[in-house]
Ligand binder design. Sequence first.
Ligand SMILES: [Zn+2]
Length: 239
Amino acid sequence: MDLKYTSLILFKRDIGEVNRIYSLYTLEEGKIQAVGRGVRKPNAKLAGNIEPLTHVEVYVSKKKGLGNITGAIVLNNFSSVKADFLAISRVFWALSHFDKLIVGQEKDVQVFELLLEYMEAMEKLSLEGRAEYKMDIVTLGFLFKLAESLGYKVIVEYCARCFGKILAGNDNFFGAECGGALCSCCAKMERKKVKNSDTSIKLMRIFLKNKIRSFSKIEVSEHDLRELKLIWKELVDWV
Ligand SMILES: [Zn+2]
């Protein structure tokens, strides 16, 4: 019997002469792997429907071990992202973090919806030919929301160490071990920390309170993006 999964194809890897292993994030079971038999043969019809970054309904026949993909119906091809180097490089960067953060096979509807919302936002930005920094902000926003969904919500409303106020204009930091913003006093006692300006704190607050599709309206400078990327790196390294 074939199992039906609604999924986003994440990655593919060649095995043997003509086969591939695919990583999928599914609505029904979270992250799974399945084999595409014969997909590297010329004229293999299935291959085109299960390219990475495709939203598909996929059929998997499973007896033991990894199942075999027997068919796929494309729901959204995200063709604009796939043809856009700026978009695709950011999406694969985000997916590499997604893949590291999601361990084990577990159904998570919220994560699935976030992933699709992210892909839809990137497709829209790409179709509209929007600037690179817009793609960066949407990508970072997605990752901070993903971390929240997985139980790593960053504390940005107050100091994560003393629970005191984070005063604007002060020399504030971010400490992944404490799980969020550090006031200037607490920062002196933390060994591992990165700079956390008022703008970064504001951006993280926006990410946690709003939908991904609204992030493209945010205006940021190169400097803000760089700082936010460092904060993300600090968080993901700790996780
Ligand atoms: Zn503090």
